[in-house]
Design a protein around this ligand. Structure first.
Ligand code: ACO
Length: 355
């Protein structure tokens, strides 16, 4: 039976380490507050003017390509998941193709906008393409340059302290090896609470969605013409050009959806929670992961957490964590690896892989 395997995996994080103490110099926060609520000690920020979501993805992709033993010209499809693209359009998929110097125009490029669950969505899409026989070497990446789009004033502290920059990449290939590869995936969404964790400006909404926002913002639209509605001075003055999150609401949804989707993907694969060798949760918040660990009855060596040193890298967090676990020898051939993600949208999903 044809399945999809991860033939190569790599990650890249920028050199610049930003500690909680560093953040206390620009906003009213403390190391204790951040560690207690999120588990985060430090995160990485890309180098201004030199690194972008695309360049970090390219560095991670180069490692994955090499480990898969293929050449970049073998890649027949690119899937790029990010919430912090270099441009509003075109997406990072084609920018990555150019950055890697892939001149094979037969290869398609698809951009995924599913935030924290972007990698799992990409994995599921890639899995369908591989199993249908359409593609043989898919490059799937999750990459985020959050540091360019965060509010570093005290106003944005509840969001800013959580996020970090980085990228992770995998090569997806077909395998006929019995029992190996991606055994199941599951994808879900519920747009009811889209604004609970969102970055609504800039956008072409013109205030249309305000009925879903509890405190309707004053965008400054009445005073401007059509062409000026995308970004208004009012948005700049009030800090609306940054992400917003209702943290406690997100927390409650996350701790419900993570276990649900893990059990669902295991069930689809004909497995039970006792079969998990390694759970790689999206690194949203250490408290969320610990809650999920307890709920699933997993030992410390059955779950991978690295949010302490990288923060939440959204679409990049699962491939970075998976790559670290593989490099550390914590994921071995034949192991049952479970991936699970939840994030803005809300969207959530999971995958079970026999490594
Ligand atoms: N430093 C110090 N104080 C802060 C900070 C900060 N960085 N951020 C918020 N506060 C203050 C608030 O202003 C508030 O003060 P007040 O009581 O005087 O008004 C107080 O701390 C409590 O604020 P809350 O927002 O209610 O803080 P909470 O205890 O909920 O913790 C947090 C915030 C960590 C975001 C929490 O809600 C959480 O973990 N939510 C889960 C969401 C999450 O992890 N998202 C990650 C991205 S989404 C994803 O990947 C799924």
């Amino acid at each position: 039976m044809l399945r999809t395997k991860i033939a190569g995996i790599g990650y890249y994080v920028p050199e610049k380490v930003v500690t909680n103490h560093d953040l206390t110099k620009v906003m009213d926060t403390t190391d204790e507050w951040i560690q207690e609520r999120t588990g985060i000690v430090e995160r990485r920020y890309g180098k201004k003017h030199e690194e972008t979501t695309t360049t970090m993805a390219a560095r991670a992709a180069e490692v994955a390509i090499e480990r898969a033993g293929i050449s970049k010209e073998d890649i027949d499809f690119i899937i790029f998941a990010t919430l912090s693209p270099d441009f509003y359009f075109p997406g990072c998929g084609v920018l990555l193709q150019r950055e890697l110097g892939i001149t094979n125009s037969e290869a398609g490029a698809l951009d995924i906008r599913n935030q924290c669950s972007g990698f799992v969505y990409g994995l599921s899409v890639g899995d369908q393409f591989v199993r249908s026989g359409m593609y043989k070497n898919i490059l799937l990446v999750g990459s985020e340059m959050h540091s360019m789009g965060l509010d570093f004033s005290t106003r944005g502290r509840n969001v800013t302290v959580i996020f970090g920059d980085g990228a992770g990449a995998v090569i997806l290939q077909p395998t006929e090896e019995e029992g190996r590869g991606i055994l199941s995936t599951a994808l879900h969404s519920d747009g009811t609470y889209a604004e609970k964790l969102a970055f609504v400006c800039p956008g072409a909404h013109g205030g249309y969605h305000d009925k879903y926002i509890e405190e309707t913002p004053d965008y400054g639209f009445p005073d401007v013409e059509y062409g000026e509605m995308f970004i208004t001075e009012r948005m700049m003055e009030t800090g609306m050009l940054f992400p917003n999150m209702e943290g406690q609401f997100v927390f409650k949804m996350a701790v419900q959806k993570f276990p649900e989707v893990i059990l669902e993907t295991l069930d689809k694969a004909g497995l039970k929670k006792e079969d998990i060798n390694m759970l790689i949760p999206h690194q949203a918040n250490l408290r969320i992961s610990q809650f999920v660990q307890r709920r699933m009855g997993l030992r410390d060596d059955q779950i991978w957490n690295n949010i302490q040193k990288f923060g939440n890298t959204t679409a990049a967090s699962i491939p970075i964590a998976l790559c670290e676990a593989v490099e550390a020898g914590a994921v071995k051939k034949g192991d049952v690896v479970c991936l699970a993600a939840f994030g803005s949208g809300f969207t959530w999903g999971g995958a079970v892989i026999r490594w």
